[in-house]
Structures are given as C-alpha cells and as structure tokens.
Design a protein around this ligand. Structure first.
Ligand code: IPE
Ligand code: IPE
Ligand code: MG
Length: 244
C-alpha cells in the first residue's frame, strides 16, 4: 500500500496512513515564542496557534488518522499570567462554539480530557453538550483541557479503590479520560522541547515520540507528513525481537 500517494488530493504532498497509525497526539508548544519573535504579546501566539489547531486536525482527518489528541491546556498552565490564561480559555470557548455549529460538516466526535469542573458553568455545559451531540461520529478528537496525567491516574486509582474493582492495567485504562481510545501510536511535540510535561504518561508507554523545531503556529500539513514518514521508518518491537 502506498503510504505517500502523491497523486492524491490534486497531486499535492499527501500521506495516507494505515492501521499502524491510528492515533496521533500533539503537544502543541511554541505559541509564546512565535509571538516573541515578532515582538508581539504572547496572546497573539495563541490566536495563531488556534488557527494551526484547526488546520492540523483537519489534515489529520484527511490522511486517515482516526484519533487525534491535542494537549491544549495543562493543570500547570494555571500558573501563567491571568491575561494569557483568559485569552487561551476564550479561544477554546470560541472553538467549542464553532465546533458545535460545524458538527454536521466536520463529523467529529469530541472528548475533553481533564476536569471540567474548574470552568464556568456555561463553558463546562458547552463541553458536555459537544461530547454528547457528537458521540455517534467515528473520527475522534480529544482535547486535553485542564489536563494533568498524574491527576488522571490518581483519579482512576481512587475510583477503583472506592468501587472495589480489581486493579489491573485494563481497569486503570478504563478509568482514564481516554477510556475506549487506543493508546497514541505517535506523539508529536513542537518547538524543540523534548519532554512530556505531564501528558498521557500511562497511555504513552509504547508511543513513538517525534520532536520538531517548528513552532506550533507555523505547523503545516507538510510537518505532519514529516512526522508520519519518520514514524513509518521505525520498528515497534514492544520488547520483542526483530524477525530475521
Ligand atoms: C503552547 O505554547 C500553548 C500552551 C501551553 C497553552 P506556549 O505558550 O507554551 O509557548 P512557549 O513555550 O512559551 O513558546
Ligand atoms: C505543555 O506545554 C502543556 C501544553 C501543551 C498544554 P508547556 O509549555 O506548558 O510545557 P513546559 O512548561 O515547557 O514543560
Ligand atoms: Mg511552552
């Protein structure tokens, strides 16, 4: 099967993935640096980052990725200046409103990873509603928002402790925000940082990691192609050995 079929989509650069690459997760980073490079306040980087978010999610759908997860706001990001937090949250709220309006066109199933209770009642309601009304679509977009992986694991462990369910790898996975989603095959982080920053620590056990210097607002479909090509050049052994 041709993974990179240049004849598709009007002859442009166009990858088509197969079942080996079901789930891509992005740690979007570099919005602040993108703005700084231009002498602009950090908020501008987030506005541009929101455009990249739409562009990249759409492209992932086009190339056949079934699950996309995006780390949009961490539990640690609350330590940022208030005006920056306000901009990020209002961009996300705008995005959620738009997603509801464009649901039939985009046909995406949305899931929010993280504790919604910290948000305003109206925002939390919007998030819940979007999850409900999109639940029947196949293509999945997980948005990690007020997400921290350690807190997620603690939550799963305490749910298991109070229900008395046996603690197994399977039962823990089923109590994470990502319950029902396959683990990410590939995690892409932009802006030259090489760490997970409390993202999907459990789910990333066997994920392939890809780091790019591209700042998130500059992220283009061709950067996704490069990450996908890199992924397909790897061998996933899961502790086993290569067949001779
Ligand atoms: C990613 O960009 C956006 C969020 C973490 C919310 P940053 O805002 O972290 O950008 P840098 O790392 O300061 O450049
Ligand atoms: C990670 O980016 C969090 C998100 C992408 C939402 P940060 O920019 O917050 O991470 P650190 O602080 O560099 O680890
Ligand atoms: Mg950052």
């Amino acid at each position: 099967m041709a993974l990179f079929d240049k004849t598709k989509n009007g002859g442009g650069s166009y990858a088509q993935v197969d079942e080996r690459l079901t789930h891509i997760a992005f740690i979007l980073d570099g919005n602040g640096r993108w703005a700084k490079k231009r002498g602009l306040p950090r908020e501008f980087g987030h506005t541009e980052g929101a455009k990249a978010f739409k562009r990249i999610v759409r492209y992932c759908g086009d190339i056949g990725i079934k699950v996309v997860t995006v780390y949009a706001f961490s539990t640690e990001n609350w330590s940022r200046p208030k005006n920056e937090i306000d901009r990020i949250i209002s961009l996300l709220e705008e995005y959620i409103k738009g997603a509801e309006d464009e649901l039939e066109e985009n046909r995406i199933r949305y899931t929010f990873l993280g504790d919604k209770s910290v948000f305003s009642e109206s925002m939390a309601d919007r998030m819940r509603r979007l999850e409900e009304i999109s639940a029947h679509y196949e293509l999945r977009l997980n948005i990690a928002l007020n997400y921290g992986s350690r807190a997620e694991i603690v939550r799963a462990a305490s749910e298991l402790a109070s229900s008395g369910e046996p603690v197994t790898e399977k039962s823990i996975s089923e109590h994470l925000y990502t319950a029902g989603c396959p683990d990410p095959d590939l995690i892409v982080r932009t802006a030259n940082e090489r760490r997970l920053s409390n993202f999907l620590l459990w789910q990333a056990a066997y994920s392939e990691l890809y780091f790019t210097p591209t700042l998130w607002p500059d992220m283009q479909p061709s950067d996704v192609d490069a990450a996908v090509a890199d992924f397909y050049a790897r061998e996933r052994r899961y502790g086993g050995v290569t067949q001779p």
